[in-house]
Write a protein that binds this ligand. Sequence first.
Ligand SMILES: CC(=O)N[C@H]1[C@@H](OP(=O)(O)OP(=O)(O)OC[C@H]2O[C@@H](n3ccc(=O)[nH]c3=O)[C@H](O)[C@@H]2O)O[C@H](CO)[C@@H](O)[C@@H]1O
Ligand SMILES: C=C(OP(=O)(O)O)C(=O)O
Length: 434
Amino acid sequence: MGSFEVIGGKRLKGEIVPQGAKNEALQILCAVILTDEKVTISNIPDILDVNNLIDLLAAMNVKVERLDRHTCVFQADDVNLNYLRSEDFRSRSSRLRGSVMLAGPMLARFKKAFIPKPGGDKIGRRPLDTHILSFEKLGAEYVYHSDDGFFHLTTNGLQGTYILLDEPSVTGTANLVMAAVMAEGTTTIYNAACEPYLQQLCKMLNHMGANISGVGSNLLTIQGVEKLHGTEHHMLPDMIEIGSFIGLAAMTQSDITIKNVGHEHLGVIPDRFRQLGIQLNVIDDDIHIPEQDLYEVKTMMDGGVLTMYDHPWPGLTPDLLSIILVVATQAKGSLLVHQKMFESRLFFVDKLIEMGAQIILCDPHRAAIIGLERRYKLRGIKMSSPDIRAGVALLIAALSAEGTSVIQNIDQIDRGYQYIDQRLQALGAEIKRV
Ligand SMILES: CC(=O)N[C@H]1[C@@H](OP(=O)(O)OP(=O)(O)OC[C@H]2O[C@@H](n3ccc(=O)[nH]c3=O)[C@H](O)[C@@H]2O)O[C@H](CO)[C@@H](O)[C@@H]1O
Ligand SMILES: C=C(OP(=O)(O)O)C(=O)O
């Protein structure tokens, strides 16, 4: 597996264009199975997870025509149902989390689905209960095969009903919505996740002939339709990449403009970075981060230490907490990061501590960061990327550090960040793939 060698301490300068959104892409690509007509998707990020899902669709016998690296035409008019019980399907599905969302469309269109153990970040327990219980409420039956970890789902026909989700799972809501669009009657989903990824999915499904209302809220009403047809869909910019670039600019004292960010879809993200004291200028649809010597973390109104925690949309996504944490290491002031959703996502702070950061890992969910105020730089070290966002947080730390760092296991970063070494080189970073 490859590594990045980074010589840190350089200020960067220039413009960067965010890729299409990874987590939107994973939902949208699964939705192409809902019709036998052509679906054209553009602004597809050229990243490992998404390319693995495209290959998986092709292995299911979905026709895939790549017009360019970011645009594909899909046609699921001859899906190979037998393939879904194969070892190859199991092995390909286990490479990414998003593969789990093939189940909803399969149930809707073919009345059966297989869910092998999905892959994705190892950041804590990631149960599938919300997915399976929702399918059951729509009228599917399941058998769990403990020998190979497959869920096998079948139905005689899905029936719309009222479903109160036990938690607003992102992929669980997407799976349920895709199952319900062709169910008989009305499905009401309360406590639905409503991230921009899901808003985009619902928008695309409505263009395909679905009847979903309440989009953007946690109460979705879906009138089942008999058939969906082809459409065209353009992916939003990746809000997690945008947040990562804001953090990168601040931490490396760089002057960076992030182009075409889709500001109206970023929710609280810009304000969370402003609370860290980072100056952001929104110019048209770009975000400009000027070179800043120091940023000072705000306190609570009563003077207490600021806490940043994750929360389902429109709260702060957990996927940006690792980035926020690394940026706080050089701030003036202190921050408490509380990662509520995942219990194994903060252990990478060991590496930051080894680099010289002042962090106290209070427990698996909470880390207190005492900003260094740039009194001294972090030191470059050899480290390994445990998951996608910790990987990028460590990369940001390495770019700001004194000396050379080596980051191993960069497949984790390539899962979600497109051509990241080349795009950082274009900003003046000294990074190479070794
Ligand atoms: C492919 C994809 O889209 N992955 C994203 C998706 O994963 P994914 O859809 O797998 O994550 P879920 O939304 O299901 O939940 C993630 C974890 O948080 C817990 N949980 C969830 C909601 C809640 O209110 N309270 C709570 O504790 C769940 O029990 C679970 O352990 O959403 C996560 C949460 O935004 C993101 O980190 C992932 O990047
Ligand atoms: C956790 C993430 O991804 P996945 O759900 O694909 O593992 C992420 O994108 O931060």
